[in-house]
Ligand binder design. Structure first.
Ligand SMILES: O=C(CO)[C@H](O)[C@H](O)COP(=O)(O)O
Length: 232
């Protein structure tokens, strides 16, 4: 599996040109991309990156990739990031690693978002992977009730749980927020659900990435598939 992730990362790296400003994703697949990018930088490639998490910042620094912020550059050429699920419209569930907020800000500031994954992430319909919803701890009871109503309005339901870290304490995101993971099973209309969740005051962001990915690079036993998003 790890080999497939690295292959997908290597294929995405072929899109990177000298002088580009890059968004650097988070997770085990994105980490391969950062490492391979670091090798190209050591060989003379000139790029600058915006990391989507403190973990990726540390990886990029270790690999010698120069970093900047979205305050210092006015756009990014390409963001390369992983995903937890990818559907045929290239809608995504992201946030398994807890970095969905910065990932979405960075992807939205990019001309192109290339999603890299092993092909187990390819699904006919989103929802089997628990949907992460990043929330403000204050007023969580009210926010949870509003999320449940949004689910019901969009025809989905399922158990919700506040994410815990490995040490048993509540997982806190890089932005200081919490994550509620929702086991929905099947999300028939992810665009409507995304809109409904975005309208809830205590929700900072959610893991549905609608219309952001330009292409997906999927590595599987039979090779690499590159899928471009259909124009609306
Ligand atoms: O969204 C993410 C982090 O917030 C990751 O991209 C997603 O969880 C996939 O991770 P991995 O490449 O380790 O499977």
């Amino acid at each position: 599996m790890d080999q497939l992730k690295r292959q997908a990362a290597a294929r995405a790296l072929e899109e990177v040109r000298d002088g580009m400003q890059l968004g650097l994703g988070t997770g085990s697949t994105a980490k391969h991309f950062v490492e391979l990018l670091g090798e190209r930088v050591a060989a003379g490639l000139k790029v600058i990156g915006v990391p989507t998490s403190e973990a990726t910042r540390a990886d990029a620094e270790r690999c010698g990739v120069k970093l900047t912020t979205l305050d210092e550059v006015d756009h990014l050429d390409i963001t390369v990031d992983g995903a937890d699920e990818i559907d045929p419209e290239l809608n995504l569930i992201k946030g398994g690693g807890g970095a969905l907020l910065r990932e979405k800000i960075v992807a939205a500031a990019s001309d192109r978002m290339i999603v890299i994954a092993d092909d187990s992430k390819w699904v006919p319909t989103l929802g089997k992977f628990p949907l992460p919803v990043e929330v403000i701890p204050f007023g969580l009871g009210a926010t949870r009730r509003a999320i449940e109503k949004a689910f019901a309005d969009c025809g989905v339901s399922g158990q919700m749980a506040v994410r815990k870290a490995k040490d048993g304490h509540v997982f806190v995101t890089d932005g200081g927020h919490w994550i509620v993971d929702a086991q929905l099973g099947r999300i028939a209309d992810p665009a409507s659900l995304a809109k409904a969740l975005s309208a809830i005051p205590g929700v900072v962001e959610h893991g549905l990435f609608i219309g952001l990915a330009s292409s997906a690079v999927l590595a599987g036993g039979e090779g690499i598939r590159v899928i471009e998003r259909r124009k609306p």
